[in-house]
Design a protein around this ligand. Structure first.
Ligand SMILES: Nc1ncnc2c1ncn2[C@@H]1O[C@H](COP(=O)(O)OP(=O)(O)OP(=O)(O)O)[C@@H](O)[C@H]1O
Length: 216
């Protein structure tokens, strides 16, 4: 069974083709790292993948898509906004239910930012905001993830901790990563993008860092 199935995908901006044509399938249980130099087409591919296949897939976009004026709790809670009725969401905006507070807190604890639960997002650092967006994706409860550079603002130990958490919480994933070592460690397949097309597609255990670096 596949969670992402893209066939003959392409994208152009202002008449210039930046992606494709390419086809890509991510099977249930696969964690795929998208690697390649800046501007290669990874974000464009992830956006199209989510638009075409994403109704049950959690998303961490490159721009995070958070609401700065709202507390961290509500930004994470948004992961389940469309799973609840509008009256439940309206009440939660004013006075969140105990069960939801506990569940959001558990996610924030796993991301080492539970002390920020009631702080406005605007007052957080870039790395803390990135963890909030990851928290929202985890809280959604989906089994598959699409993420665009989800740990780019985190230091080494925290990036490893978060990648580990993503591996535990999502069975399947398509994740753009600039850090080749993280890609090899936490993903079981590497797809390299160069000038908008797939230039490499191999299981991680058949690759070393040196095999991937020519893409950069
Ligand atoms: N909205 C847009 N309008 C015009 N060109 C765009 C737009 N979005 C992306 N592009 C172009 O498409 C190409 C691929 O961009 P994309 O963001 O997919 O690359 P990327 O591999 O994700 O880069 P990075 O690693 O820097 O995020 C680039 O040349 C970029 O300039």
């Amino acid at each position: 069974m596949s969670v992402i199935e893209l066939s003959n995908l392409s994208a152009s901006f202002g008449g210039r083709r930046v992606l494709g044509p390419l086809s890509l399938t991510v099977a249930d249980g696969e964690r795929v790292a998208l690697v390649g130099r800046s501007g290669a087409g990874k974000s464009t591919l992830l956006k199209l993948a989510w638009q075409q296949c994403g109704s049950d897939i959690a998303l961490v976009p490159q721009d995070l898509g958070l609401v700065p004026a709202l507390p961290v709790f509500h930004n994470v809670y948004m992961g389940r906004l469309n799973q609840r009725s509008s009256w439940y969401n309206a009440l939660s905006l004013v006075r969140p239910f105990k069960k939801d507070r506990a569940e959001v807190c558990e996610v924030l604890q796993a991301l080492a930012i539970s002390d920020k639960q009631w702080v406005p997002l605007a007052s957080l650092s870039g790395g803390q905001r990135q963890r909030v967006a990851i928290g929202r994706a985890i809280y959604q409860g989906a089994s598959a993830l699409i993420a665009d550079e989800p740990v780019s603002a985190l230091d080494g130990p925290m990036a490893n901790r978060v990648m580990e958490l993503l591996s535990e919480r999502f069975r399947s994933a398509l994740i753009a990563l600039h850090d080749v070592d993280l890609a090899l460690r936490y993903c079981n397949r590497i797809v390299g993008i160069s000038d908008g097309v797939i230039a490499l597609d191999e299981p991680s255990n058949r690759l070393s860092t040196a095999d991937i670096l020519p893409l950069y």
